[in-house]
Design a protein around this ligand. Structure first.
Ligand code: ZN
Length: 158
């Protein structure tokens, strides 16, 4: 009998929202560091092989988006630069830079939470790799709420 890969014990279902919750935990870590709370994980065969969050303030580097950190960590873990068998889960729709980087990784799938109406790759029509499948809006509310909370708190500090 084939094992059902989507169940781990009886408690967890390995679906898109399960992994998006892990990405949200990364966003929370970013929040605690006073970074814009965006988190990402990369999953291969139901296993998280990389987790990352936005580090643009900490590293003083505008390219230190969660996705960029995650691509590097995943390639390092796999010992190869291509991520064809992987899925990127990210709490916010990737920007042009990250979508562009995803092209070079040939990543199999991108799942994002909240949409980014101004700088998202969709509105800017950034080309993804032809084999990259995209799913948006997974835990959209939660992913958007943490960002809103961050900017409200920031504003109150000023
Ligand atoms: Zn980005």
């Amino acid at each position: 009998m084939r094992q059902n890969k989507y169940f781990w014990g009886e408690m967890h279902t390995f679906d898109d929202s399960y992994f998006m919750k892990r990405a949200l935990q990364e966003a929370q870590t970013a929040f605690a560091k006073n970074e814009v709370p965006i988190g990402a994980v990369i999953v291969m065969k139901q296993q998280i092989i990389a987790r990352a969050h936005n580090l643009t303030e900490t590293l003083n580097d505008v390219t230190a988006h969660a996705e960029m950190q995650a691509f590097t960590a995943a390639a390092d873990f796999l010992g190869g630069k291509y991520l064809q068998d992987c899925t990127l889960y990210v709490t916010l729709e990737p920007c042009q830079m990250c979508a562009g980087a995803s092209y070079w990784t040939q990543i199999g799938r991108i799942v994002y939470g909240a949409s980014e109406a101004k700088r998202g790759f969709k509105v800017l029509k950034t080309t993804l790799h032809p084999r990259t499948e995209v799913v948006g809006g997974v835990l959209e509310k939660e992913c958007g709420a943490i960002l809103q909370r961050f900017f409200v708190e920031k504003r109150n500090l000023n």
